[in-house]
Design a protein around this ligand. Structure first.
Ligand SMILES: [Zn+2]
Length: 275
């Protein structure tokens, strides 16, 4: 009986284990004002080592406007470690502020300039904004379809970039005390937000959904990514690829959602009531 209970408990745990895919945007390197290319390369090395320690194959999204002659080597580093790279536009426009034609041209610019590094046909919208009118939304959808692109959604909406912006400022000012304070706040925020979206997913679907986490290749993650991933692991979350996470049926619905904000898939389901 005792053994049976143990088996049931192990099975239940393994069936219920939360899963999360790690994606990192704005490659070669995200917001890092004042940082030299050699610092970006060193920070990338650190991020890649951490991902390797946790046996994670992530997907990086390239913003070709962030590329320079010197930092292109960063993209090779990602590929060498077996990560996939997708398209994240050239200029990272806020789609609310530009026409569909301009946005489409920007997707094509990234294909052209970063094409030799892109290993997949995955596309992530800049700021997750898919168009604030049906017309704009559909124009880009049909272009992506023509290119055979798959849109990479997100399930855990987080404001990691705000923490990075403040952390980068403290880094620039050599304010170590502030850097530690912001780093700790970042981790606490990410724990809270991950548990919030896990709970929302369970409430909406009756099960644990496969999560997709959007992070950036940026200074705060070069320093704190291991703490964040260590926390997921200690909470029993498994790391999966984006491709694996997207097999979850929650990512199929709400393609018709129109908003001027880039909502996560879980938020869209909650707002529209459509699973
Ligand atoms: Zn981005």
């Amino acid at each position: 009986m005792k053994n049976l209970l143990l088996i049931v408990s192990i099975l239940t745990h393994s069936c219920l284990a939360q899963q999360v895919a790690i994606t990192l945007d704005d490659l070669p390197f995200g917001y890092s004002a004042g940082m030299s290319d050699s610092m970006k390369i060193a920070s990338t090395k650190r991020i890649l080592t951490i991902l390797e320690e946790f046996d994670i194959k992530s997907m990086g999204f390239v913003t070709s406007g962030n590329m320079s002659e010197e930092n292109q080597v960063i993209l090779n580093m990602w590929l060498k470690k077996g990560h996939d790279l997708g398209n994240h536009t050239h200029r990272h426009y806020n789609f609310n502020e530009v026409s569909a034609a301009k946005y489409i041209a920007d997707i094509d610019s990234c294909r052209l300039l970063a094409g030799k590094w892109l290993t997949t046909n995955y596309f992530r919208y800049s700021m997750l904004r898919r168009g604030n009118t049906e017309e704009k939304r559909d124009s880009v959808y049909s272009h992506l379809e023509k290119l055979g692109y798959t849109i990479a959604p997100v399930s855990i909406d987080n404001n990691e970039w705000i923490y990075n912006r403040d952390y980068s400022r403290a880094l620039r000012n050599n304010d170590e005390e502030k850097m530690i304070k912001i780093g700790n706040e970042y981790i606490e925020h990410m724990k809270e937000i991950s548990l919030k979206y896990e709970k929302m997913g369970v409430e909406l679907t009756g099960r644990s959904v496969r999560h997709i986490l959007l992070l950036h290749a940026n200074p705060i993650n070069a320093k704190y990514l291991h703490v964040l991933l260590g926390w997921y692991k200690s909470e029993g979350w498994d790391f999966v690829t984006l491709q694996e996470a997207m097999k979850d049926s929650i990512y199929v619905s709400n393609k018709d959602f129109v908003s001027d904000y880039g909502w996560s898939q879980i938020d869209k389901i909650q707002k529209s009531g459509k699973k």
